[in-house]
Design a protein around this ligand. Structure first.
Ligand SMILES: Cc1ncc(COP(=O)(O)O)c(C=O)c1O
Length: 375
């Protein structure tokens, strides 16, 4: 039996044709016509006018913070329940993170706790320079109250939609809510360029700045002239060609992952102690990963027992993200709440969710899970 991975790449039929076209035209790297086309196609898909294709989602977050002027001594508020790449760029800029707990209903940043945190900081005269809210595992954050609160305190919002291309919130696409938003095309994402990311904004000037900074900040001059510190963060034309092919199959990939999620829900519906990450009524998740929580008292085994058993039968699963406030490297930074995220980490497990999974693959995972629980 073959190994079942959590979220393997899934190529469509056009990626190779587009890649060959880039190859034969000798537009290998960096830039080239596929980069321009990929930017406008992603921008159109998300419904945001401007986009810059970059080497990773992390690079996009870093440039977003840099362009918003986040620097040494500043504070940036972020969800604690996320991958470290959401937060690392805050520290690259010499600023410090302030963490806010997740809501149990959405697993995303809790809008009420965010409002409390910003109110208290405003009272102390310490307004954070930015807020980063994540659309976790494909589910959009609750953008209406988040944006209202941030507008009240005049704080720009960065939307980390790395995991959520193809998801919606009240009819609008993930990636369209932030003052600036980011996407990831890392190998495990719903569509991939092997590695890559995108920065999106309604403000052209910011995206122009991102293009400038991501190509070593070269001032217009025939020689190399620099008045800013730049980065080597641009996406190559070859990878953009792959991305264009992948974008064409995005709706199918969303359908396949949502179908996985629905099948898991049906197959595990009667299993005591297992609950699914709730899907909020305000939107539709791309179901990038299907995540469950396991109550050991009801199920008869804990999430780590299940993970180890799945591993023994060649099925990859992973604990839900370990919250940032529990990470040794971020332990010194403040957190508002934290117990919701901590419990989701303790009980949560992400199941194989790839868009190329067959019904038999899914049945294999479900059978293995049921074998562990004794009740
Ligand atoms: C929530 C989140 N933010 C940021 C990133 C960073 O994206 P990348 O791997 O493209 O740098 C990832 C994934 O890797 C992610 O899951």
């Amino acid at each position: 039996m073959t190994r079942l991975y959590l979220s393997p790449p899934h190529m469509g039929s056009e990626e190779q044709v587009l890649l060959n076209e880039a190859f034969h035209s000798n537009w290998i790297a960096p830039l080239g016509p596929h980069v321009d086309a990929f930017e406008s196609e992603v921008a159109a898909a998300v419904g945001v006018p401007h986009a810059a294709a970059l080497s990773s989602g992390t690079a996009a977050l870093h440039l977003a913070l840099r362009i918003l002027g986040v620097s040494r001594g500043d504070e940036v508020v972020a969800s604690t329940l996320t991958f470290s790449a959401t937060v690392n760029p805050i520290v690259y800029q010499g600023a410090s993170p302030v963490f806010v707990d997740a809501s149990p209903e959405t697993w995303n940043i809790d809008p009420e706790l965010l409002a409390e945190e910003l109110t208290e900081r405003a009272r102390r005269g310490k307004r954070p320079k930015a807020v980063i809210a994540v659309d976790l595992y494909g589910q959009c954050a609750d953008w209406t109250p988040i944006l209202e609160t941030c507008a009240r305190f005049e704080i720009p919002v960065i939307e980390d939609a790395a995991e959520s291309l193809g998801s919606t919130y009240r009819g609008a696409s993930a990636g369209s809510f932030g003052t600036m938003s980011i996407l990831s095309f890392n190998g495990n994402k719903i569509i991939t360029t092997s590695g890559g990311g995108m920065l999106l904004s309604h403000k052209k000037d910011w995206i122009d700045q991102a293009r400038f900074l991501s190509t070593q900040a070269r001032d217009p001059a025939p020689h190399y002239e620099h008045s800013h510190i730049g980065f080597n963060y641009r996406m190559s034309n070859l990878l953009a060609a792959v991305g264009r092919g992948q974008l064409r199959v995005l709706p199918e990939r969303v359908r396949a992952r949502r179908a996985n999620n629905a099948r898991y829900r049906r197959a595990l519906a009667g299993t005591r102690g297992i609950k699914f990450m709730p899907e909020a009524a305000y939107g539709a998740s791309n179901c990038w990963l299907t995540c469950i929580t396991i109550d050991p008292d009801l199920f008869g085994a804990n999430s780590e027992d299940v993970r180890l058993h799945l591993q023994s039968v060649d099925i990859e699963s992973r604990p839900v993200w370990k919250p940032m406030h529990m990470q040794p490297v971020f332990a010194a930074f403040p957190v508002r709440g934290g117990s919701v995220a901590a419990k989701l980490f303790e009980r949560g497990l992400c199941l194989p969710s790839g868009s190329s999974m067959s019904e038999e693959d899914l049945e294999r995972v479900v059978t293995a899970i049921k074998r562990v629980g004794g009740k």
